[in-house]
Design a protein around this ligand. Structure first.
Ligand code: FAD
Length: 287
């Protein structure tokens, strides 16, 4: 399987020159940056040759902070980031928020190809296949940048080998905030190498986007749409059961708590790397 063709995307800049000499500890070189909205962008960086990770995991990345006014010394400013690219990709992709006064993202949003990024090569996380018991249908529930680990997992062949159906739900306030996920799903469905994995009619991967503020074909919080049965009616599915369904959840604290309650109500139990079960959860951000 090769990297999906994303040439049609806008505002994209790339670098093809040889990587510059690295000056930061654990430095990688930015190879591509693409802005979607004033709050969202994605970027790709070189991958350390020694970095092995499981699709869905996160790492600590960052930049050097401002110099200390007294000593002039700079310390790395690091934050947790899900790796949005799959484990087979020769580069690493990240999908990021831009928090206006955020210590890291107020700087990170200005990175350009050729710039350096600090990347601590210690991947961890619960949104991995190993943390789930075998099942038939896999749900990915994401809000906002919580789609990042699923952007990795929907590009991983194992996802399609392990399950009969994969349903990716993504909820954002506005339509433009869905662009990254929508273009990724479209690119997978038009990728010849993916046809076999996605099955007849490419129906193995189902994309279910919703918005909570701006008008769109499907509006509402995913929790409401699950509780009132709209999702099941729309997808022609009887419901969620512990016998067939597995789920991974990545959103705000509130979303995670609400979906956990709903999934437990369907009889699913939370798993972990050490004890696989029927669903797993990770915070998309703290706060
Ligand atoms: C396990 C894990 C994985 C993460 N993966 C990603 C990722 O793939 N992409 C990503 O953009 N962020 C991700 N984050 C959040 C990330 O670590 C930082 O919080 C974010 O980059 C902002 O950094 P900052 O220093 O600018 O602001 P911070 O001081 O870290 O955050 C300031 C405030 O901004 C809000 N905020 C922070 N991150 C987000 C976000 N992603 N979406 C909406 N509001 C937010 C919160 O209210 C937070 O209190 C992840 C966090 C965790 C714990």
């Amino acid at each position: 399987m090769r990297q999906p063709d994303m040439n049609k995307m806008n505002e994209r800049t790339t670098v093809t020159d040889a990587a510059p000499i690295k000056t930061l500890p654990d430095a990688q070189t930015v190879t591509e940056v693409q802005h979607y909205t004033d709050r969202l962008f994605r970027f790709r960086v070189t991958r350390p040759a020694s970095l092995r990770f499981r699709s869905g995991e996160f790492v600590m990345i960052g930049l050097m902070g401002d110099p200390d006014p007294k000593t002039g010394r700079q310390k790395p400013l690091l934050r947790a980031y899900s790796i949005a690219s799959p484990s087979w990709d020769e580069e690493l992709e990240f999908y990021s928020i831009k928090v206006p006064d955020g210590p890291l993202t107020s700087k990170l949003q200005h990175i350009k190809p050729g710039d350096e990024l600090i990347l601590r090569p210690k991947p961890v996380g619960t949104l991995v296949h190993d943390a789930l018991l075998p099942g038939k249908r896999l749900w990915f529930f994401a809000t906002g940048t919580g789609i990042a680990p699923f952007a990795s997992l929907i590009r991983d062949p194992q996802t399609y080998e392990d399950y009969d159906q994969i349903i990716l739900t993504h909820t954002c306030r506005d339509v433009a905030e869905l662009t990254y996920g929508r273009e990724l799903v479209d690119s997978l469905k038009s990728d010849e190498m993916m046809q076999e994995l996605l099955g007849d009619g490419l129906n193995k991967l189902v994309y279910y986007p919703t918005t909570t503020r701006e008008e769109s074909p499907k509006m509402g919080r995913i929790t409401t749409l699950l509780e009132d049965g709209t999702v099941f009616k729309d997808l022609g599915i009887g419901g969620i059961t512990p016998e067939t369904d597995r789920a991974m959840v990545c959103g705000s604290m509130g979303l995670n708590t609400d979906i956990k309650r709903i999934l437990e109500g369907f009889g699913l139990h939370e798993g972990a790397n050490s004890e696989p079960a029927e669903y797993v959860v990770e915070k998309a951000f703290v706060g």
